[in-house]
Design a protein around this ligand. Structure first.
Ligand code: MSP
Length: 516
């Protein structure tokens, strides 16, 4: 099915540039890239936007520590994100930066729209603020020793005259939106948390700061800058513009808006599932279709943190194990949405068992037998189901599709590996090498042909997850389609006319002989 005419817009969060990228940002971005690649495979007109969130107190402070101007610091770290995305084979279409001129124009236009609507007013603010979260806190949010529970740091008390956004005005409309769109917040178990916040009552919140200078100035004001979240969320609109577009909100929403899905970590759900939709309602703009909050990664069962030294360095991981191994591990091991753990032993075991053994060996032994005994040409033996895997191949494709459409990434991989397991088993049971020895060449050819059909399907279906490996397998099978765009059409049980002209068998995933 060609779904060419349909657009699909997916975003990662815009990452703070206070520090170099860590594994948490890599995890979100890998997941987004996998979903975007899946949609391209299905023939969608995809836009995958990622980027960096560059304003606010926290970033100004980091720049100062580095003896750089805030802008120099932002440019430097923003490039680090781009470099890591390149290493991870992330195929983004847009990179949104909140210090761009275009972004500033969109933020101003948005602010003015909301102001005209009567949803921005001036008032005194007196309260607490956590710089780590870039968020306002109330006393009940804090730990017993008055620290932010997430950053374990002191919150600031401040008192200022600020501009406020009339969030409370949209409470009823937001609840109605949740009721009419039961899939708006995903996974469904996150919905209750959001409903809980709304039930407590939505409070208007300050959207400007007098004491923060590193930010977008409030229009027609020289004393205040716009609150970093009110600015950053708009990066999902402004980042859609190219140099050729006029920098207006109307042009941002022309092609891809409303967003199909915002992928975020569960820690920033409130901003995306409450603030953002209300801001958009106020500006009379369509709401995103879905907000998906994934879980948090831990290392060896413990929370990660620079101070404790318990961190996973994405650069080290890629250097040691390669891009596809890193992409694969996190999505295969952890249910997307749930919290999950990394340990070196699990990582090595997972790569060895799934990629080197199950998938790698199946490919290798099929290709070696075919090349040695049939000169790499395996003909279609006609309507056969010698291995007995025709139905399960077709049902695997269907199950994979259902899981991917629901963003159940781990479950999609689970069904693929079940098929790989059964194929390995059927292959061993039928023992084509024995059939060849006994001169039962037709049966041996059926066995190889059907395994190749399954491997062809697998190589397409793993493409969103491990694109490099997928292309390697695809080309060893004799196909050439490096971008895999719309290759979904090639899936299925083809037992009519197809003939494989195989290439040389090269191991795609050598076993890792390292001690965990
Ligand atoms: N700048 C905001 C987002 C603005 S979007 C308009 C922000 N940036 S962040 O850099 O702090 O976080 C980015 C993402 O990384 C979040 O989705 C967050 O959940 C994710 N992670 C940070 N640590 C993580 C783990 N330990 N595990 C998984 N993801 C985590 O928030």
């Amino acid at each position: 099915m060609n779904q060419n005419n349909k657009t699909f817009y997916i975003t990662s969060p815009l990452y703070y540039v206070n520090d170099v990228p860590h594994v948490g940002s890599a995890y979100t971005t890998i997941a987004c890239d996998t979903i975007a690649r899946y949609k391209r495979l299905r023939g969608f007109d995809v836009c995958f936007l990622t980027g960096t969130d560059e304003h606010g107190q926290k970033i100004a402070k980091s720049a100062k520590q580095e003896n750089k101007s805030p802008q120099e610091h932002c440019d430097f770290i923003s490039n680090k994100f781009k470099e890591l995305w390149e290493l991870l084979n992330i195929q983004y279409d847009k990179f949104s930066r909140t210090t761009s001129k275009i972004h500033e124009k969109i933020v101003h236009e948005f602010f003015n729209r909301v102001y005209k609507k009567g949803d921005i007013y001036e008032a005194d603010y007196e309260g607490l603020y956590c710089e780590g979260c870039e968020d306002f806190k109330s006393e009940k949010d804090l730990t017993d020793d008055n620290l932010c529970p997430i950053h374990k740091q002191k919150v600031q008390e401040y008192k200022e005259k600020n501009y406020f956004f009339a969030l409370s005005k949209y409470e009823k409309k937001l609840v109605e939106h949740f009721e009419k769109n039961p899939d708006f917040i995903q996974p469904s178990y996150r919905k209750n948390e959001v409903l809980g916040w709304v039930k407590e009552g939505l409070k208007d919140f300050p959207i400007s700061r007098q004491s923060v200078s590193w930010g977008i100035p409030v229009p027609n004001e020289n004393k205040q800058t716009i609150y970093v979240w009110f600015d950053a969320l708009l990066g999902y609109l402004s980042g859609l513009l190219s140099e050729l577009d006029s920098p207006t909100i109307d042009s941002t929403i022309k092609r891809y808006w409303p967003c199909s899905v915002h992928i975020i970590g569960k820690d920033i759900l409130r901003f995306h599932a409450v603030y953002w939709p209300c801001m958009l309602m106020s500006a009379d703009l369509p709401l995103p279709q879905k907000v998906f909050g994934h879980g948090f990664l831990t290392k060896d069962g413990e929370k990660m943190g620079k101070t404790t030294g318990n961190i996973i360095d994405p650069y080290e991981l890629i250097k040691e194990f390669g891009t596809d191994a890193v992409r694969f591990f996190f999505l295969r091991e952890i249910g997307f949405g749930k919290d999950g753990d990394y340990s070196r032993a699990n990582f090595i075991n997972r790569i060895n068992s799934d990629l080197a053994n199950n998938l790698g060996n199946l490919l290798n032994r099929t290709l070696n037998l075919a090349n040695k005994n049939y000169n790499g040409i395996i003909k279609c033996p006609g309507n056969t189901n010698f291995l007995g895997l025709k139905d399960s191949t077709i049902s695997t494709i269907e199950a994979y599709e259902k899981h991917m459409d629901k963003l159940e990434l781990k479950e999609a991989l689970d069904v693929l590996w079940q098929l790989i397991d059964s194929t390995n088993k059927a292959f061993s049971d039928k023992a084509p090498w024995k059939l060849i020895k006994n001169n039962e060449l037709d049966d041996a050819q059926s066995c190889l042909y059907e395994t190749l059909i399954i491997l062809g399907n697998i190589s397409i279906l793993i493409n969103p997850f491990i694109p490099e490996t997928s292309i390697k397998i695809y080309s060893q099978l004799g196909f050439n389609k490096p971008d895999m765009y719309n290759e979904w059409e090639k899936l299925g049980w083809k037992d009519k006319e197809e003939c494989f002209k195989l290439s040389e068998a090269k191991p795609v995933f050598p076993r890792l002989d390292i001690k965990p």
